[in-house]
Design a protein around this ligand. Structure first.
Ligand code: PMV
Length: 327
């Protein structure tokens, strides 16, 4: 039977890229989750299976053996899982073999933090299976370490939101601060299906910042102001203002070169269909966009994104971070 644990995906509502330059960003956990089923096995190996990715393989005595799918892909996708499991076992002095099965409703490699959600769920799941008490801080520390080793994540936003859920204000020099958000934030997320690479997008912005520092400076300031106004709008459940701020934020992201045709297409379709606001989320250059809409317009916005060639799904903010679903 085993233990089942889950953790949420995320979106960046405001502030991506400018956060790299010290500005604040707002990140929300969404009600799309990754699930990990964890159980003991008898052969002292770590067996990992991802039903969505159709990948399966086994780590034993420092070797990896693929059982389904491409060996390289399986190894690299499962590496953070291996690291997280090893860290939990080491922390609690356990020497056991484990089967880990991952089921995720989060699109992979689309900027929604699917990897961190998987790692947080696996970490908490292994802890529960071992019957040790793991605080959220323990889960976060291990998920962050595992993610850092593999992705070199500079900010740690993904593991933080996967662990704690809710809404987070993040700034490099001050770290994470939970935000109180009463608003429901009804969103449609549109996956362009275009593969994106965070590092390439960050480098693109770096060039602009280096070549045009006087242009970048006011854009940064504007991004900061959007976040500050966004905090108030979230507190007051002011969806109209949030939508407007999303549109302005998108204009800034377009300006620094991280939007692309696939994103613009879906963003325009969403706005035309009555969204209060729409923008890319995360690194851009493909990946996902988000649209905010009143409840009665959500269906129309979703249809419009689909007709424009995107893969849309509805999402809401969730306060539920990592949790044990079944022991
Ligand atoms: O798309 P993601 O989840 O990799 O988000 C990247 C966010 C950036 O601000 C572009 C980079 C960063 O490290 O904060």
């Amino acid at each position: 039977m085993g233990v089942v644990a889950s953790a949420p995906a995320k979106i960046i509502l405001f502030g991506e890229h400018f956060v790299v330059y010290g500005e604040p960003a707002i990140v929300l956990a969404i009600d799309r989750r990754a699930y990990a089923t964890v159980d003991f096995n008898d052969d002292k190996s770590l067996h990992v299976k991802s039903s969505n990715l159709k990948l399966e393989g086994c780590f034993k005595d420092g070797m990896f053996k693929v059982e389904q799918g491409d060996a390289r892909e399986a190894r690299s996708r499962f590496e953070p899982v291996r690291l997280a499991v090893e860290k939990v076992l080491a922390k609690y002095g356990a020497n056991v073999g484990l089967n880990v099965e991952i089921n995720s409703t989060v699109p992979v490699a689309a900027g929604l933090g699917s990897s961190a959600a998987v790692v947080a769920a696996v970490t908490a799941g292994v802890g529960a299976l071992l019957k040790v008490k793991m605080s959220k801080e323990d889960v976060f520390a291990i998920a962050l370490e595992a993610e850092k080793t593999v992705h070199g994540t500079p900010s740690g936003v993904d593991p933080a939101i996967a662990t704690y859920g809710g809404s987070i204000l993040f700034q490099t020099d001050t770290g994470f601060k939970p935000l109180e958000v009463k608003a429901q934030i009804p969103l449609v997320i549109g996956d362009t299906g275009v593969e994106r690479f965070t590092r390439i997008q960050v480098e693109k912005v770096r060039k602009i910042a280096d070549n045009y520092p006087q242009v970048m400076e006011p854009l940064r300031k504007a991004a900061r102001e959007i976040v500050l106004r966004g905090i108030d709008a979230l507190k007051e459940n002011d969806l109209d203002t949030l939508g407007e701020l999303m549109n302005i934020n998108q204009a800034l992201l377009y300006g620094i070169g991280v939007s692309d045709e696939s994103l613009e297409w879906l963003i325009n379709a969403a706005r035309k269909a009555g969204a209060l606001g729409a923008k890319l989320t995360g690194a851009g250059g493909g990946g996902c966009m988000i649209a905010l809409a009143n409840d009665e317009k959500l269906g129309t916005v979703q249809d419009a994104i689909m007709r424009a060639g995107g893969r849309p799904f509805m999402a809401r903010k969730t306060d539920e971070g990592v949790k044990i679903e079944r022991t």
